[in-house]
Design a protein around this ligand. Sequence first.
Ligand SMILES: [Zn+2]
Length: 635
Amino acid sequence: MSALADRTDVDRIRESVDLVALIAEHVPLRPRGREHVGLCPFHDDHTPSFAVVTHKGNAFYKCHACGAAGDAFNFVMDYHKMAFPDALKLLAERTGITLQHRRSTGPKSDRPAGDELRRANTLAAEFYRDFLVNDSRGSDARALIQRRGMDDETVEQFMVGAAPAEWESIAGHLTRRDVSVRALLAAGLIKPRSSGNGHYDTFRNRLIFPICDELGRPIAFGGRRLDETEEPKYLNSPESPVFNKSATLYGLHLAKRSIIDARQVIVTEGYTDVIACHQAGLSNVVATLGTALTTQHVQILKRLCEEVVLLFDGDEAGRRAADRAVALFFAETIDVRICILPDGDDPADLLASDDGLDRFRAAMDVATDALAYKVARFQEELRSARGPAGRHRGLQRLLAELADLGFDRLPGVRKRPVIAQLADLMHVRIEDIEQAIPRGRSGARHPGPAPQEVEENTTAADLFAEQADVPPARRLAERDLLAVLIFQPSLRHQSLGGDPVAAVPVASMLGPQVFLDPLLRCLAETVWEWFSRDESFTVQELMARLDEPRLRSLAGDLYIEAEQRIEAGEQSPAEFLRDRFEALERLADRELYRRDLDAYRRRRETSGEGAIEKLLEQRRKQGYIPDALPTRART
Ligand SMILES: [Zn+2]
């Protein structure tokens, strides 16, 4: 980190950022004691394992389940998958701090490959925007915007632009601003001509909707035709290193806050739907980009809310999406409902009508969960089925489908209403339906991704393996001792000996070598970097110095443990430190005694009686033993 930015910039930003506010923009948090807790965004969390600790100038997050931990920089880098320079820039802008020592010549290899593409997309968005607003040839686009009833504020918020009706305009414009043709091609802004040399613009004579990442940076574009005879009606950028269709939701950067507040997200089929909803004051709305809702989308959304409402402007589209939605509903801990708008209206048309918002809300109110929707469709099928045999075959088909999707794995509270409803429809007993469900088929098609794995680091893995050798009592004492020093680094001045004349501060009396536990020793080495200069530190500064995630996690744990223990109020931090030091001393003594005893036994076996005297003499010379051996056996 320090190699890439001036320390003081980083420190100033870390001090001014409001970590709770920063994280709350992405993770719903609620206060609990002096912490804020929520579902961890870094693993598939079902109980709130994630805590943001803010205490006496310290601010860090810590997941008790997966061990994710760190400061604002770690959060931004891990959550947004950003490199450090970008996280620095982002947090600098957020805190209004001007970076003092921007190094324009950072090592090139450290820059993510996507950077040039992002820059190309940002400049392209500006180009399209400028054309729409300022160019006389943008009048067709402006007229369409007016017909669609989009107001200026909305158009600006969504950065809507327009592409000129020309074959070669954007390339020249962007290459003049140092964007390479390679980047333009990779971003899908231009395409190579099939005959001869040269390139042509992907988007021509279209209204342009920039597609942004969660931070609001353009990563791709959607274009709606301005000439109604042109095909296709809607055109999206191809996928690129910065644009993954299956993991991108249009409008998410603008909708995120409302999704968290409403604990619900509405997913529509197109960008114009999203824009119409936002303009009407429904801002928890996003759209997929020409794909059905994927598990990747759900992974993003379930961090923010508990319920997804899939919005369709016609029964047929809803029917097609229902199976997919049921599969998601089975695989994920999120509720999926299906909302069909009345009369086949799309959201824009509906919301533009007089009582549109009311009718929209009414449709939302009667949205059914995906499973119930599927059962309702089945009910319709039954009506057209011929005779009891046809009805029975229909039921078998439905039950087989449900079993394949993982119906068996659902909790009873979700299963029972469906079974009861089917029994009712078929005029049979509930037990008959239960028995008719095919067994042993569920689980094979679980579409959820594997739980996020902690990155393997050989060194850390080795350290964990070594831990087995340290006696548990010893490790506990070491842990407590380091915890209290991390919690209150000023304790380094505390003296521990009983003799006030020979008082030696703990920072000089002890050192990292005291810690037998390898992870604690690593942490202690970093702590003593400050202590050896007689400097204090905050736990976030300590975390920032630790590159290994497990060490950051450990530092967070230790801080929280010490805080809780000291808050419990039985001992002052100084007393606690002394107590733990004495425990460590006793354990060390016992260890020494045990080793001496072993040595004594071996010597007696080889050298006979009298060997113990020789050993004691030797130990005294080495300065180990002030008294006779047996008195050291205190416990
Ligand atoms: Zn976690």
